[in-house]
Write a protein that binds this ligand. Structure first.
Ligand code: ADP
Length: 503
């Protein structure tokens, strides 16, 4: 031991005994729950309380006179030495490492998070520092849990496709998820901080803008259970009217004071559309069923009339009508069945090589009854190469298009059927001279139950023919679309891939 270190040791011991000698001071040191270490101006520990021994896992003897850096994790030691020097230069009471997550090192090398407050203490001409180190392991893990919870709540809110907003008791928006921003057509930052009344333009069924007192959050403030408001509409910035359902609930503190109001705003556009479609289908199907049944009943009852004798020709006519109406009913039921089959994914079986000319002839034969009063012209070369297809499906597809061409155009007008090779497929087209299809229906008519309103909608049908055609074409790997020929009318085109010729 050098003379210098001897004198240092002497000063540490002297200080330690001077401090320990202050009984009241000692008592104070031991009274607190936190570890306390007193360090001299050279960073040596001169006094520790019991709590410090327990927390750091050292005995007092091991630490006295040692550098405080012993209790600092290795990676922070250099920094600590520098900061200690800074403190010594301008000692004052302050927390250490403001804004930093500090950690301390135990005897066994393990580390734990701490909060340290520093106070200068001048004694016997020595400038000492009292460091109170609070173990904040529990607080940090509680904070972490809280943060994780917050993060997962945020994730959940963001994952929900319904718009969710939180309002304060005055009706000001405090939070909004991405779906809310999308529904209201604004950036989230534009929503937060705004008064709900300024942003949410609610209307009722009749299109009347609701006054603020009718806003759901008003009722929610006093309601114990969630308030649900349907028949509300949101008017977008570009003037669209979106049907919504709002469920609103309040979050109150233990004293019953409203902390916030959470509103889930569901866009009901799709639901309304489905409801409308359902009603439309019901009325279409019931109308389409009722008409043939009425006819069948009428003709059958007439034939059975006891006091009327019908001549054989009339009887035949009536039976003919009954037969036709029965076919119409069967077609309707088959259409519904086919549609549900196609929706489940049409599995193509019995694929064979088919000559386009033969398929076209057969399809025309099947729908002869429908196209009889039209001028049908066919341009399908007998030597077109085969396609690979299910014969019944392909004839049905072509038959449907021919039937539509006849149904939606005047008797006597022309229906032109053509087939030719385009790339590796045969492309059929069926062109009529009817009224054509308005632009806004060109895509939609391929959807189920969609019919163009107007004269055509008085013709029998429930809007399943084209979706069935589309299902068939797509199952074969082809495409079905509509074009408008320059002279008016409609042209439906579809492709079916060629059968690969054997090597
Ligand atoms: P449906 O004929 O039973 O109504 P489709 O699915 O076959 O069902 O057709 C849907 C709608 O498309 C028809 O209601 C009609 O409005 C329109 N449409 C189909 N084919 C034609 C056509 N060739 N010319 C004009 N409109 C057509």
């Amino acid at each position: 031991m050098t003379a210098k270190s001897e004198s240092q040791d002497a000063s540490v011991e002297g200080l330690a005994s001077a401090l320990s000698g202050l009984a009241a001071f000692r008592q104070l040191l031991e009274a607190g729950p936190d570890p306390i270490v007193i360090v001299d101006d050279r960073g040596r520990m001169v006094l520790l309380n019991r709590q410090a021994e327990l927390t750091f896992g050292y005995s007092r003897r091991d630490l006295l006179g040692k550098s405080i850096e012993l209790l600092v994790p290795a990676q922070f030691r250099d920094l600590h030495v520098a900061q200690r020097a800074q403190f010594q230069a301008a000692p004052r009471v302050r927390p250490m490492g403001t804004g930093l997550q500090l950690s301390a090192r135990r005897c066994d090398g393990s580390e734990f998070p701490v909060e340290i407050s520093l106070s200068p203490l001048a004694i016997d001409g020595h400038q000492l520092v009292i460091a109170v180190a609070r173990d904040v392991t529990e607080r940090r893990s509680a904070e972490r849990e809280e943060q994780e919870l917050l993060l997962s709540v945020t994730h959940v809110l963001e994952g929900i496709t319904d718009a969710i907003v939180a309002l304060d008791a005055t009706g000001r928006i405090t939070r909004a998820n991405t779906a809310a921003a999308a529904l209201f057509g604004r950036l989230r930052e534009e929503l937060v901080g705004q008064a709900a009344f300024d942003v949410f333009h609610w209307e009722d069924d009749s299109g009347r803008r609701l006054p603020e007192k009718e806003y759901v959050f008003r009722q929610t403030i006093t309601a114990r259970s969630p308030v649900i408001a349907d028949s509300r509409y949101f008017r977008t910035l570009d003037g669209r009217r979106i049907p919504v359902e709002i469920s609103s609930m309040r979050v109150a503190d233990s004293q019953g004071r409203v902390e916030m109001i959470v509103q889930v705003i569901r866009d009901m556009t799709r639901t309304r559309e489905v409801e409308e479609l359902k009603n439309q289908i019901l009325s279409l199907v019931s109308h389409e069923l009722r008409t043939p049944i009425g006819h069948i009943k009428g003709f059958a009852s007439s034939l059975l009339e006891p006091d009327v004798t019908w001549d054989p020709a009339t009887q035949r006519d009536f039976i003919h009508e009954i037969d036709r109406e029965a076919d119409r009913l069967a077609a309707l039921v088959n259409g519904l069945l086919d549609m549900s089959r196609i929706e489940g994914g049409l599995a193509l079986t019995e694929l064979t090589r088919l000559s386009p000319a033969t398929v076209t002839r057969r399809a025309l034969g099947e729908v002869d009854w429908a196209v009889r009063e039209h001028r049908v012209s066919v341009d399908v070369a007998d030597d077109l190469p085969d396609v690979l297809a299910n014969a019944a499906h392909l004839e049905r597809l072509l038959g449907n298009l021919l039937e539509n061409a006849a149904k939606y155009s005047e008797p006597g007008s022309e229906i032109h059927v053509q087939a030719r090779i385009v790339e590796s497929s045969v492309q059929w087209s069926v062109t009529d001279q009817g009224q054509g299809i308005p632009a806004d229906y060109r895509e939609r008519i391929f959807e189920k139950f969609v019919r163009v309103p107007g004269v055509g909608s008085r013709k029998p049908g429930i809007g399943l023919g084209l979706p069935i055609c589309k299902g068939i074409v797509e199952a074969h790997g082809g495409r079905l679309w509509l074009e408008s020929p320059p002279g008016g009318g409609s042209r439906f085109l579809f492709t079916i891939p060629l059968a690969r010729s054997p090597e």
